[in-house]
Design a protein around this ligand. Sequence first.
Ligand code: SF4
Ligand code: SF4
Length: 323
Amino acid sequence: MGVTVTDSGMATHTTVRTAMSRAQLRLRGMRRLKGARRIVQLAFATWIVIAAVRNQTSPSGQSASLDALCPFGAVETLITWVTTGHLISKTHSSNLVLGLAVLVAVLLVGNVFCGWICPFGALQDALTWLRKKARLPQLAVPAGWDRWLRWGRFVVLGLVLYYSVSTAKLWFSDYDPYVTLFGLRWLFAFNASTMWISLALLAVVIGGSLVVDRFWCRYLCPLGGVFSIVGRFSLLRIRRSRRACTDCTVCDKVCPAGITPSKAKPFVSPDCVGCMDCVAACPVKGALRVEAPVLLGFPVLKEAERTTGRPRERVGAGSKDAS
Ligand code: SF4
Ligand code: SF4
């Protein structure tokens, strides 16, 4: 790198050196973002585990149950609450407060709940990390299958709403793999005869998440289904600039939700879990960015008014190397 033969040769060396340092900077940015996300996920998962231990070890009713700390409880109880003024069993006003807070957050900044807060999302990220460490391949779900399977979230959501209203109970709690795992009944009050269905479902979801990143979020999570609808109206969303994008598909390769930011027209799919990995990984300046203002899903400014300029250097990192 230090040998200079001609002026043009020297220019080439300088360019290469600059490009490398920028690539390293980008990699460092990806690692920092991922590190920050892991810390936040771990903090919330730890809080939930502590709450579950307290709930399982203290006298009944003296500490909050996992059900009371879940924003999805708001969705489950909403229809009954609106039509009768009562909450379904095992839900509390805390569910409504949490549900409203998460709804406002999604409307303002997009679906950060799934990518940064949900302990079950963190678990699936951990399973992806394990799969990579074990050098196991990810199951490639054909695009057509993937599109249909994503409707599974709405099927589950429909079932949950129907049975929650008709039974006036937190019906899904007995099957929800999140409650099964983080509720810790398998540890403190194990009963195979009453728990075998929920444990079998949990095993299926964990197995699925080992071979498909964020399997539960992609195909089955009813709260993810709600966010997929609400996310269309988020004020802030990730937007791809068709002018700047070079179609390198680096962003697609790092996306845990299995969506394709490289094909966004211009906003990424509302199935996005808000991890920001694609934005950090994109090697082209301005090709992916979080943008506002956006009014009901439509950009206030047109692409031509906000051209971001020159592409950054191309660097060859096409893998999930920052994990
Ligand atoms: S990584 Fe950036 S440049 Fe490459 S396809 Fe995605 S948005 Fe376009
Ligand atoms: S589109 Fe980007 S921010 Fe959304 S889930 Fe995929 S990688 Fe994460």
